[in-house]
Design a protein around this ligand. Structure first.
Ligand code: FAD
Ligand code: NAD
Length: 459
């Protein structure tokens, strides 16, 4: 039997936030193949940042003698930290599911959806049973999953991804991390701060898509802190004896074997479009598998919409949330469509040190042949609060258009970068000039925001 719905939503991450009061009068199906609530809540942004906070506390203790405060880090109670994190999160996921199930107009399906026709979905449950539904509108909010590169031998050894590594019950003594992006940077900080011996294997430098000065400094600090193999070709994975795993790499022409108790694969995330049989519905995807949408977030098939990691390569929660707000409105207001406007998309990497960035990098400007830009860099160590922190390495780098004097890019490495950047995002968004941002208001003295003020003044 096929059941009919007004709207079907595939994925309960950002997709679950679509149901505004406008949807109360509609019959809605929500389909989820995994834990209710999606990546950010269950295995992404939120748990990682809760672990990062504990990691920052451990690092503060470790470095406290720099300030004349002698302290010793005795023990890290991993299970207590994990229980605190998941004791908060898991009930939210369960509560969210119960709430949706309690609504008269909503049916929650636990299973994997795929298209069997332009408006027809088959939902397969874990027990092998399947149901079919038809919906007038369908929202693709199925996110992305860890990408596992075809490394010889990898499928024969145990490894973690970001989906599983935070749920382990015992800290390994050593951990190899494959990849040099967001997940690698944050997980190295978490596990390294808790005393795990970290080896990072990256095919390039670390955070290579950041501004070149930021990536260089981050790579330098991580190479001091951890064992790193950069510009490495991963040759093979194999059991390493004594229950360890072994990764063979080639660096500068030399073959090196690295062994550790555990392995984390952090080599990017692939949009979940493949699982959905989108070709059956005629929904177009691009070469990388992202669902193609227009500015109203309509796919190439009328009545099918997409949002979040399945359509946006930025793969960030704040972009997915903004897209969910647009789809929520457009789906029920076909005569008053709103266009998505995400510019400028900021991001932060909650590593040790933190990174935050918005707008263009200097290498992007150079590649585009832009000549009329100016840059300024100011160090934490050159403002009063930075003296208090004894910071000698971190900085804020700004790039502005030399003629219009608006910001083209802002990049910060160092403590509180994710918060310091927010005023620069606002300035860019609302077209303020560097001069207005620098002198149009007072900066609290001697707050760390004087770092941004001074970088702006330099420009
Ligand atoms: C470790 C980690 C840390 C992160 N930290 C941050 C951060 O600090 N800040 C930030 O902005 N972003 C962060 N992100 C990215 C952020 O989590 C994602 O951009 C965001 O969660 C995407 O939301 P979404 O709704 O598109 O997808 P998701 O939240 O992934 O939701 C998709 C849902 O669809 C389900 N699904 C998939 N296919 C099917 C199917 N065929 N049938 C039924 N259900 C299906 C999935 O099970 C999933 O629950 C992080 C990601 C990771 C992995
Ligand atoms: N703080 C945050 O906002 C945050 C945190 C974690 C994840 N995320 C999101 O999740 C996404 C996925 O994170 P990620 O770190 O997995 O991806 P990423 O794209 O940031 O980094 C992937 C890394 O893997 C390497 N890599 C890719 N394919 C490889 C291969 N075949 N062999 C060897 N190395 C390979 C890349 O060179 C890169 O260093 C991010 O792009 C980001 O959008 C965001």
């Amino acid at each position: 039997m096929t059941e009919n719905f007004d709207v079907a939503i595939i994925g309960t991450g950002s997709g679950n936030s679509l149901l505004t009061a406008d949807y109360d009068r509609l019959k809605v199906a929500i389909i989820e193949r995994d834990v209710f609530g999606g990546t950010c809540l269950n295995r992404g942004c939120i748990p990682t940042k809760m672990f990062v906070y504990a990691a920052d506390v451990a690092e503060t203790v470790r470095h406290s003698s720099r300030y004349g405060v002698d302290a010793r880090l005795d023990t890290v109670r991993w299970n207590d930290i994990a229980d605190r994190v998941f004791g908060r999160i898991d009930p939210i996921a369960a509560g969210g599911e119960d709430y949706r199930k309690s609504l008269d107009n909503v049916t929650v399906f636990n299973g994997e959806a795929r298209f069997t026709g332009e408006r027809t979905l088959e939902i397969r449950s874990a027990d092998g049973s399947s149901r079919h539904i038809v919906a007038d509108d369908i929202v693709l909010a199925a996110g992305a999953s860890p990408r596992i590169p075809p490394i010889p031998g990898l499928s024969e050894i145990p490894y973690h991804t970001s989906d599983t590594v935070l749920r382990i019950r015992e800290l390994p003594r050593s951990l190899i991390i494959l990849g040099g992006g967001f997940v690698a940077a944050e997980m190295a900080h978490i596990f390294g701060s808790f005393g795990v011996d970290i080896t990072i294997i990256s095919r390039g430098t670390l955070l290579a898509r950041e501004d070149e000065d930021i990536s260089r400094e981050f790579t330098r600090q991580y190479s001091d802190r951890f064992t790193t193999y950069l510009n490495a070709d991963i040759l093979e994975a194999a059991p390493g004896g004594d229950g360890t795993v072994r990764i063979d790499v080639r660096v500068d022409g030399e073959r090196i074997s690295v062994a550790a108790e555990a392995l984390l694969v952090a080599t990017g995330r692939t949009p979940a479009s493949e699982t959905l049989a989108l070709d059956v519905a005629g929904v177009e995807v691009d070469a990388a598998g992202y669902v193609v949408t227009d500015k109203f977030l309509r796919t190439t098939v009328p009545g099918i919409w997409a949002l979040g990691d399945i359509t946006n390569p930025a793969q960030l929660k704040h972009t997915a949330n903004a897209e969910a707000r647009i789809v929520a409105h457009n789906l029920v207001h076909p005569d008053d469509l709103r266009a998505i406007d995400l510019w400028p998309i900021p991001h932060a990497v909650f590593a040790g040190p933190q990174i935050a960035s918005v707008g263009l990098t200097e290498q992007e400007l150079r590649r585009a042949g832009t000549r009329a830009y100016v840059t300024a860099t100011h160090h934490y160590g050159d403002v009063a609060y930075g003296w208090a922190m004894e910071d000698t390495e971190n900085f804020c780098k700004l790039i502005a258009d030399a003629e219009t004097r608006v910001l083209l890019g802002a990049h910060i490495i160092g403590p509180n970068a994710s918060m310091l950047i927010q005023q620069l995002i606002q300035g860019m968004k609302f077209g303020q000039t560097v001069d207005e941002m620098a002198r149009g208001m007072l900066y609290i003295h001697p707050a760390l925001s004087e770092l941004v003020e001074n970088a702006l003044l330099k420009l």
